[in-house]
Design a protein around this ligand. Structure first.
Ligand SMILES: Nc1ncnc2c1ncn2[C@@H]1O[C@H](COP(=O)(O)OP(=O)(O)OP(=O)(O)O)[C@@H](O)[C@H]1O
Ligand SMILES: [Mg+2]
Length: 259
């Protein structure tokens, strides 16, 4: 996907989503800026994961899903007939709650996307070797893993596995990285390490993270979006959202009254 000048990383207008008869997203209009970290926060079931899954059209895999409204990634309508889902999912990478490396080697995890999507030039061994080194350096794993590239990725520590799951997106040159509670399986040290990585990566990507941890949202995000019952209640700079929210429902959430 090429970047339209001045485009938001992600923009939605009047987005609604139904699972069968149940409306899970209501009139969501959002502008997510590039080169920032934006956190999606809100109580369980408010639609955070559903919203995240709209941006690479993964929701369409889930049975009777119907959406209305507009979504643009880098200024391009992701529902336009010419959009290739393969290209969209390269441009919009996703990281999940539990690290989910494939049960193959570290090396093959990093080059997996290139093998699936790449052209012949990018599949030359030297190109693959370079891609592995570059991606692992970018996530800070190269020094630890350069002598373990052919070990099974599922044997790594959880923190390393989650960083590897970020690394394997990078050879596909995404513009957006979606993270759905990426630290929920990690201990405190692992959480901090992945947060530090996000702060480095945000220079180059649009990063949207779902988190249940308000302290995490405050530590790492530039902007926060508070959702309730499928609606966006408030979207503001992080400091403003936590210190002087405009909506009383946001106040109740950040003060811990929603569980
Ligand atoms: N595949 C599905 N089919 C039907 N309903 C669904 C499906 N996925 C989610 N829902 C419903 O949509 C609503 C939003 O769910 P979603 O998983 O997006 O919430 P969430 O904010 O991510 O919650 P959590 O914080 O618990 O992860 C919930 O009521 C959920 O039960
Ligand atoms: Mg969720």
């Amino acid at each position: 996907m090429s970047v339209d000048a001045g485009a938001y990383g992600i923009e939605t207008r009047g987005l609604n989503l139904w699972y069968g008869d149940f409306q899970a997203l209501r009139d969501v209009s959002l502008q997510i800026k590039p080169q920032l970290i934006t956190s999606l926060i809100g109580p369980s079931g408010c639609g955070k994961t559903t919203l995240l899954r709209c941006f690479n059209r993964v929701n369409e895999r889930y049975g009777s899903v119907r959406t209305t409204g507009a979504i643009e990634v880098l200024g391009q309508d992701i529902y336009a007939p010419a959009v290739s889902l393969v290209e969209l999912r390269k441009a919009v990478g996703m990281v999940f709650q539990r690290p989910n490396p494939l049960p193959i080697s570290v090396y093959e995890n990093v080059v997996f996307g290139l093998r699936v999507h790449g052209d012949r030039r990018s599949l030359a061994k030297t190109m693959l070797d370079e891609a592995v080194e570059r991606a692992l350096r970018e996530v800070g794993l190269w020094d630890d893993l350069k002598d373990r590239l052919h070990e099974r990725a599922t044997g790594l520590q959880l923190e390393q596995q989650q960083k590897l799951c970020i690394a394997r997106l990078l050879p596909l040159k995404p513009s957006v990285i979606l993270m759905d509670e990426p630290c929920s399986a990690l201990d405190t040290a692992g959480t901090r390490a992945v947060e530090e990585l996000m702060l480095v990566l945000k220079e180059r990507f649009t990063i949207l993270i779902v988190t249940h941890s308000m302290s995490q949202a405050r530590r790492i995000s530039d902007e926060c979006v508070f959702m309730l019952l499928g609606e966006v209640v408030e979207h503001a700079r992080t400091e403003q959202l936590f210190l002087s929210p405009k909506d009383s429902r946001t106040t109740d959430y950040v003060e811990g009254r929603y569980g």
